[in-house]
Design a protein around this ligand. Structure first.
Ligand SMILES: Nc1nc2c(c(=O)[nH]1)N[C@H]1C(S)=C(S)[C@@H](COP(=O)(O)OP(=O)(O)OC[C@H]3O[C@@H](n4cnc5c(=O)[nH]c(N)nc54)[C@H](O)[C@@H]3O)O[C@H]1N2
Ligand SMILES: Nc1nc2c(c(=O)[nH]1)N[C@H]1C(S)=C(S)[C@@H](COP(=O)(O)OP(=O)(O)OC[C@H]3O[C@@H](n4cnc5c(=O)[nH]c(N)nc54)[C@H](O)[C@@H]3O)O[C@H]1N2
Ligand SMILES: [Mo]
Length: 762
């Protein structure tokens, strides 16, 4: 039987694969043969693409259809009515036009943050931006949820984010040169499934099987330790890594183990930082004892680690999760300062890393080159928000706020247009986000599935999934470019985002401008030929499109730019960083001049300010069994649920104190909201810490026990996270942490509604 299957190449953010369908429609997927460690997330694909939550036809919220556009608190509670494509596109085009005429293009929010699917052409967010640029522009969003805090911070410290993120030493370089890796946030293997845009060879997942270096994992969670690594585990109190880093720095300084020559030659501002460590101005020495009292790691262990760090080639790496918190700038900056004191920044396998264990692209040694890219045109509207300020934007038009030394004002948004993202997955304080989504006149969402965001829209336009169209796929640092063939017919009446937007462009008189007269296949050939031409000009010969398409993939040409920190270290005068001083800024006059108490001019310990809505520290990290909300209905994700809810992990001590046993349905709550989850009792978490990963589809329902209250029946942690920025510098997402209480759920357990489309009976 197997021999008869026709396998076609495709790709995803969790890996390249090939797919085939049987006569009865059953979909099979197999990893790319070159992948040494394929991702288990492929297991979600078959069950997701034809799930009953696929959006089948254009649909309109009843109240919007009957009463027209306007603010309302009915979004998310009302049923939808299916309509024809012509009706839906006519109505959306009319509202786009009305909004820009009456309120200006600034009143359209087209930021549309989200991961969408792999594929360089059909990338929904890029398509949406290109479309809005042809109709006069939109209010945009800047930075990402992944490392948005670092995106604001690092340019001040090292000149750009790319200096660290695009040029990380490979796992192989670590294996050859590094004696010790000190990983703040650990090296969670689960995260190495993923690279934005795709990944053909999971070299990071393979490397974790035998790292070849000593390893210290600093994390409240044991599964951030690679299996069999023999790592030292320091189960730090969440949110206190900065204290530990300062304690280490103080130990190095007072012991005279810092590299003064490197600090003088390559850095600026160490004197200010050293004064802070010694307590010259605040009277508090940031000693190992001081740190121990805050972070829960014994002073002797801190001193022992400091000694280990000076014994050989040491890489200090800080995961992205640490900056997705209040004051998230500080662990990045303090980690960089610690690495600077060791004097190994710019040496192979030494210095500072940011995001090892966060994403597969960090540490991959595949080629690094520009990929075929859809041109997005120019946005004539200058207005933007830092991406995680979405609820503030909708709730507070006209309000001023700080961002990276600037004073910005929220515009008045009348129309929200989202494609390829799920703010009701990614944003914090979802009950507040629901109120925010009540403010605009119109919310348009292009989605493949009935996600929570689609349910909070007025108009839902069904999009194809990647397997239902042709594309070319690769991530940054991918070994291959994949010819993504069409494997399935579009589901129901679903259309490609490109075709949806072309339909709107047609109605707004910009069809030619948007499409350039090309079919999707003609765009693929066009983008590929351009890319091929650019590579040829640099001496790289790659196959024609026809050859590439027939072969199913091609190997990327061998492009390996030199790491800028190597050249910088070798000669900081001739190869300065793009910082004001040209050097690594351990004290930044620029940041100091902003006068932000929540992000002063050098790394500092700042305790979290948010209200403690409960005694337990919740970690809302990335899920091991899916990508964000994508694939939650798939087999791998479903198998890991407990009592049909997302699993929350809790230490036996904390569970016993609450009468909770493994497998129980529990209520997790604080002052912001509540959700149900399934208890997993385990010693793998530090006492006082619970872990509820992101990505269970938000399912707001009346609380079965407390009349008048709502809860998420499924276990989405973003009903519990506060919508507070990391700081005024970055306005970054701080969703990784929250404070909660957990109790046994005693009432009836509600059926999930998120797996049934919210449609009126036809
Ligand atoms: N509490 C907490 N919250 C977090 C985080 C955290 O650590 N803690 N992490 C944050 C991070 S790092 C991130 S990156 C975000 C992720 O947030 P998102 O990127 O918004 O999450 P996804 O579930 O990937 O959403 C992508 C959506 O695009 C849809 N889609 C896929 N393909 C297509 C297509 O071809 N066309 C269209 N129109 N739609 C498509 C999918 O169905 C899915 O709903 O979450 C953030 N949220
Ligand atoms: N399987 C899977 N992989 C993914 C994703 C996914 O959705 N699924 N998403 C991808 C995306 S978009 C991104 S941006 C990256 C994100 O990469 P990260 O942000 O690094 O990933 P997280 O899993 O959120 O967090 C990593 C670990 O940090 C630890 N941690 C949390 N708080 C603290 C703390 O205060 N101190 C210390 N020392 N450790 C702490 C947690 O135990 C957690 O397991 O992951 C990517 N990889
Ligand atoms: Mo992310």
């Amino acid at each position: 039987m197997t021999a008869e299957r026709t396998w076609l190449p495709s790709s995803s953010h969790w890996g390249a694969f090939r797919a085939a369908t049987d006569a009865d429609g059953t979909l099979h997927v197999e990893p790319h043969p070159a992948d040494p460690a394929p991702s288990p997330l492929l297991g979600n694909v078959p069950g997701t693409v034809r799930h009953r939550t696929r959006v089948q036809r254009p649909a309109i919220r009843r109240g919007w259809l009957d009463n027209g556009p306007g603010p309302t608190d009915a979004r998310g509670d009302e049923e939808f009515v299916e309509v024809s494509w012509d009706t839906a596109l006519d109505l959306v085009a009319e509202q786009l036009d009305r909004t820009r005429r009456e309120h200006g293009n600034e009143a359209i929010f087209g930021g549309s943050y989200g991961w969408s699917s792999a594929g360089r052409f059909h990338h929904a967010q890029s398509q949406l931006h290109r479309f809005h640029n042809t109709i006069g522009g939109y209010t945009a969003s800047r930075n990402n949820y992944s490392f948005g805090t670092s995106q604001a911070l690092l340019p001040h410290l090292v000149g750009s984010t790319g200096v660290l993120l695009d040029h990380a030493d490979s796992w192989q370089t670590l294996r050859e040169h590094t004696d010790l890796v000190v990983a703040f946030g650990g090296l969670p293997g689960k995260n190495l499934s993923i690279a934005s845009g795709g990944i053909t060879r999971h070299t990071g997942s393979a490397a974790l099987r035998d790292l070849g270096t000593d390893l210290v994992v600093i994390s409240p969670l044991a599964d951030d330790i690679p299996t069999g690594s023999g790592a030292t585990w320091l189960p730090v109190e969440p949110g206190t890594d900065v204290a530990l880093q300062l304690g280490l720095a103080h130990t190095l300084l007072t012991g005279g183990h810092h590299d003064q020559e490197f600090l003088d030659r390559c850095c600026t501002g160490f004197d200010v930082f050293a004064d802070y460590l010694l307590g010259e101005h605040d009277g508090t020495a940031k000693s190992a004892e001081w740190a121990a009292a805050i972070c829960g790691i014994a002073a002797a262990d801190i001193r022992a680690l400091a000694a280990r760090m000076t014994a050989g080639r040491t890489l200090i790496t800080v995961s992205w999760s640490l900056q997705r918190t209040e004051h998230g700038e500080q662990p990045v900056w303090a980690g960089l300062a610690l690495a600077a004191m060791l004097g190994q920044i710019g040496l192979p396998g030494g210095g500072f890393g940011h995001g090892y264990g966060s994403m597969a692209s960090i540490g991959d040694d595949a080629p690094a080159l520009r990929l075929p890219t859809l041109p997005m045109g120019h946005n004539p509207v200058p207005t933007f928000i830092p991406v995680a300020r979405i609820a503030d934007l909708l709730l507070n038009p006209g309000q001023q706020y700080d961002y990276d030394g600037r004073r910005l004002t929220y515009p008045d948004i009348r129309l929200v247009h989202w494609a390829g993202g799920n703010p009701f997955h990614h944003h914090q304080d979802l009950n507040r986000l629901r109120r925010a989504f009540g403010r605009p006149d119109t919310v348009v969402v292009q989605e493949t599935h009935w996600t929570a965001t689609a349910r909070h829209a007025d108009v839902v336009l069904p999009a194809t999934v990647a397997l239902e169209r042709e594309d070319v796929g690769a991530g940054y640092r991918d070994s291959h470019l994949i010819a993504m063939h069409q494997v399935l017919e579009p589901f129901g009446e679903a259309r490609n985002d490109y075709d949806i937007l072309a339909g709107l462009a047609q109605r707004l008189g910009v069809h030619e401008e948007f499409t350039q007269g090309r079919t999707p296949r003609e765009w693929l050939v066009h983008l590929y030929d351009q890319w091929r031409g650019n590579l040829a000009a640099k001496g790289h010969d790659i196959p024609t499109f026809a050859e590439f398409w027939a072969a199913g993939d091609l190997q990327m040409p061998d492009v390996h730019p030199q790491a800028p920190l190597r050249a910088f270290r070798a000669d900081p005068q001739r190869n300065p960083l793009r910082t004001p001083s040209g050097r690594i800024e351990l004290f930044s006059e620029t940041i100091e001049s902003f006068g932000y108490p929540d992000c002063p001019g050098h790394p500092v310990w700042l305790p979290p300010q948010q209200q403690r809505g409960g005694p337990l520290h919740l970690i809302a990290n990335q899920p091991a069994t899916r990508l964000h909300g994508q694939g939650d209905v798939g087999a791998l994700s479903q198998q890991a649920k407990v009592a049909g809810r997302e699993a929350i992990r809790i230490h036996p001590r904390d569970a016993a104190a609450r009468g909770i046993s493994d497998g129980d349905v529990v209520r997790v709550f604080n002052h912001l909201g509540a959700c149900l989850a399934g208890a997993r009792v385990t010693e793998d978490v530090r006492p006082g810490v619970v872990v509820l990963p992101t990505g269970a589809w938000f399912d707001p329902q009346p609380d079965p026990v407390r009349p008048g209250e709502t809860l998420c029946a499924h276990g989405n942690p973003n009903v519990l996270t506060a919508d507070v920025p990391s700081s005024r510098l970055s306005q970054g997402c701080s969703g990784q942490h929250a404070y909660v209480e957990v109790e046994l759920h005693t009432g009836p357990v509600p059926e999930l509604r998120c797996s049934t489309p919210p449609l009126a009976d036809s």
